[in-house]
Design a protein around this ligand. Structure first.
Ligand code: ATP
Ligand code: MG
Ligand code: MG
Length: 385
């Protein structure tokens, strides 16, 4: 390999794991992030003028151009970047800026998926007015999910409107951001598939997983998805692959989906980058989502996405207070469990709702997995298990 240099917009935990994977392949990484010592920058030495990290925002045009001038290819670990500037840089950008633009506006994303015949819940644009919410409720029913079109993560752009008396609070709660409304999906499970797309547009999917959210934040992932429906896994992979095929550019994509009682699948949203539901691939698959992301954007042959263990789970370690000591018990529990791998993100502050790390568990059977998981759940920071 001829020592390519990859520039990453964003320096959080996804950038950290991407950089860790790059180091094994002698791929150099340059990071653009506001923090001087965030999760990704901490683990990558910034040696020499070309390889020094950039201190700045991933939505600052000048900083993005500076990053582009130092690297062979640009990629992202977060979609909330300035995609217009990315359209004008001289190096390849993966996924393509057009994809980032579609995905960073959830309303455009839903329209795009619908126009490619993908199954999505009914949705419509709303203004930040009580009347507009009343009109939306008349069409979509209640409860409805009011969402910010932009800058959403961990459910922080969502408001569940159960009753129209909440309209004012919902609008106030989502601030001055552009909004849209989605029909409520009475899902039985949330599922996800990581899909890797090559520069020539071929796609390869990882196994289907079950994701369990708590207060809108991913809490647990189980791989593979267990179901009595023998067609479910391939149907979900087909939907995910079709969704990624209608986008441009290379890399991994996380496709979040809802499974309904009758077996129907709806696409919730797509992340154009490595995703929390794919952390398990580091220990549980032949090739991790991070390595395959690098392989895809550098035009290297993709690695196998197959599971290499019978059963796996990923548990997020999420802060509940500012006290780091609250994380000790779960870390210690993991140290005592065979098949448990701890990933800590090196964040300088702990906070309620903040992803501080995760633990991957692998096991020979689902029964063994559950047995290994129990002490971890019991040791989670209070209110988290
Ligand atoms: P992420 O951190 O995954 O990027 P996000 O802030 O973009 O999250 P969404 O994925 O849109 O938010 O929604 C968060 C969660 O809210 C979903 O995982 C799901 O549990 C629930 N949810 C979203 N849309 C709907 C819907 N239309 N009906 C019912 N529940 C929904
Ligand atoms: Mg999202
Ligand atoms: Mg989501």
């Amino acid at each position: 390999m001829n020592k390519p240099v990859v520039g990453i917009l964003g320096g959080g935990q996804l950038g950290r794991m991407l950089a860790a994977s790059a180091s094994l392949l002698n791929i150099s990484v340059v990071i653009l992030d506001v923090g001087d010592n965030g999760p990704a920058k901490q683990i990558v030495s910034a040696s020499g003028p070309r390889l020094s990290h950039i201190h700045g925002s991933f939505s600052d045009p000048e900083k993005i151009r500076e990053l582009a001038s130092k690297v062979d290819v640009l990629t992202i670990e977060i979609e909330h970047v300035d995609a217009t500037v990315l359209e004008s840089v001289k190096v390849p950008v993966h996924p393509s800026p057009s994809t980032i633009k579609i995905i960073q506006d959830k309303f455009l994303q839903k329209q795009h998926l619908l126009s490619h015949d993908l199954p999505v819940s009914e949705f419509l644009q709303v203004d930040s007015t009580v009347q507009s919410l009343h009109d939306a409720a008349a069409k979509l029913g209640l409860p409805l999910m009011l969402k910010s079109r932009t800058l959403a993560y961990d459910g922080r752009g969502n408001f569940v409107v159960r009753d129209l008396s909440q309209s004012k609070d919902a609008i106030a709660g989502l601030g001055n951001r552009p909004l849209y409304a989605e029909k409520w999906v009475p899902f039985t499970k949330e599922i996800a598939v990581m899909v890797v797309r090559t520069t020539s547009g071929d796609v390869l999917s990882y196994p289907v997983v079950e994701t369990i959210h708590k207060e809108n934040i991913c809490h647990l992932v189980f791989a593979p998805l267990r179901s009595r429906d023998p067609t479910l896994a391939s149907r979900a992979q087909n939907v995910a692959e079709k969704a990624v095929q209608c986008l441009q550019g290379a890399g991994v994509f996380g496709v979040e989906m809802f499974l309904l009682e009758n077996g129907e699948i709806f696409v919730n949203e797509i992340a154009p980058r490595p995703h929390n539901s794919g952390h398990y691939t580091i220990e549980a698959c032949e090739t991790s989502q991070y390595e395959n992301h690098l392989r895809a954007i550098l035009d290297l042959p993709l690695g196998s996405t197959a599971l290499k263990v019978p059963s796996a789970a990923m548990l997020n370690i999420i802060g509940t207070t500012s006290d780091f000591d609250e994380l000790t018990a779960v870390q210690n529990a993991a140290l005592a469990i065979p098949g448990a791998s701890i990933h800590l993100y090196g964040k300088s502050e702990n906070r309620k709702g903040r992803k501080m790390g995760h633990i991957t568990l692998v096991a020979d059977s689902d029964a063994q997995l559950r047995e290994r998981l129990r002490p971890l759940l019991e040791a989670l920071p209070s209110g988290n298990s």
